[in-house]
Design a protein around this ligand. Structure first.
Ligand code: NDP
Length: 287
């Protein structure tokens, strides 16, 4: 039976560390790290995420700014708000909650954020830094997975890591972080032939596809570490991952539950990036 990787507990541990670092930073510099979050529209899941981010900020001693816009907002108004936040020295991190309504170009919005305030690490400049191994900000969800693995003393070095999903926010950056940690990486997607044969060869299996209970026990190598990034809401309101947890935990050595696995780590990493942004901003001002 696998050991459960407790993302809630590890996240609390990480946030406590960030809180202590923040107290020290404020004492030393007189600057309070601040995160600005923009929410467009009324998507219920996005509202929950934004509320959690706001609470996370307050918990570690940051200032949290929230800007809410109706779903029919013009793209130009949103871009103007980003310009204003880019220019505001009291704001260290800017995050636009995705997804955005279809009339707004997500790419234009991401590109508009000052890379030095891009705490989601989605801007192409930060993507480039990640690819070359010089990331200032690491994308929150993949960084959270690495933190979780480190907490449970899973060293990816020399292991075969299979990632299912190749999105820009999870799968691809996860591949870079795993390479940096010296894993041998295979990335799979919807056109992968005989997916089960590939996933069965994984020492570390990371799944981010958005399909409830898609990965079954017979797709997992006995003793593998299984990281389930998926969050799927069932018709009855319950959340499930992309892995059939009850059967997978019979085969794996370590496994993340959903909820309570990767999700809580994502916010902790966002807070970490915001603190880094504030630290870098103070350094620039001193120059
Ligand atoms: P996307 O929809 O952007 O990407 C899904 C990926 O899964 C694509 O690369 C797709 O392949 C692949 N895929 C879909 N079906 C299959 C299949 N049958 N076999 C193999 N691969 C398949 O999703 P995201 O990466 O944004 O999110 C994935 C999941 O993670 C979602 O449930 C999301 O809610 C969750 N998530 C959780 C976070 C957290 O904090 N825990 C943060 C972000 C996301 P192709 O490219 O070929 O279409």
């Amino acid at each position: 039976m696998a050991q459960r990787m407790d993302g809630k507990a590890v996240s609390a541990h990480t946030r406590q560390r960030i809180k202590e670092q923040t107290e020290f930073f404020i004492k030393e510099t007189g600057v309070t790290p601040a995160l600005a979050v923009i929410l467009v529209g009324e998507d219920p899941a996005s509202q929950v995420y934004v509320r959690n981010k706001h609470n996370g900020c307050l918990e570690v001693g940051f200032t949290s700014y929230e800007y809410r816009f109706p779903a029919n907002i013009e793209e130009s108004t949103l871009l103007a708000k980003i310009d204003e936040l880019n220019a505001d020295p009291a704001v260290h991190g800017i995050l636009v909650q995705l997804p955005l309504p279809s009339h707004i170009r997500e790419e234009a919005v991401i590109h508009r954020i000052d890379p030095r305030k891009d705490v989601d690490a989605f801007h192409p400049e930060n993507v480039g830094h990640l690819m070359t191994g010089h990331a200032i900000f690491k994308p929150c969800t993949p960084a959270g997975v690495m933190e979780l693995l480190s907490y449970y003393k899973v060293d990816p070095c020399g292991k075969h890591c299979v990632i299912v999903g190749r999105s820009n926010i999870v799968g691809k950056p996860m591949m870079h972080l795993m390479l940096e940690a010296n894993a041998t990486v295979t990335i799979c997607h919807s056109r992968t032939v005989d997916l089960a044969a590939v996933t069965r060869s994984a020492d570390i299996l990371i799944v981010a596809i958005g399909k409830s209970r898609f990965i079954r026990a017979d797709m997992i190598k006995p003793g593998a570490v299984v990281i389930d990034v998926g969050i799927n809401r069932l018709p009855d309101g319950k959340l499930t991952g992309d892995v059939a947890f009850e059967e997978a935990e019979q085969v794996a050595s370590l496994i993340t539950p959903v909820p309570g696995g990767v999700g809580p780590m994502t916010i902790a990493m966002l807070l970490q990036n915001t603190l880094r942004a504030a630290q870098a901003s103070v350094k620039r001002m001193k120059k």
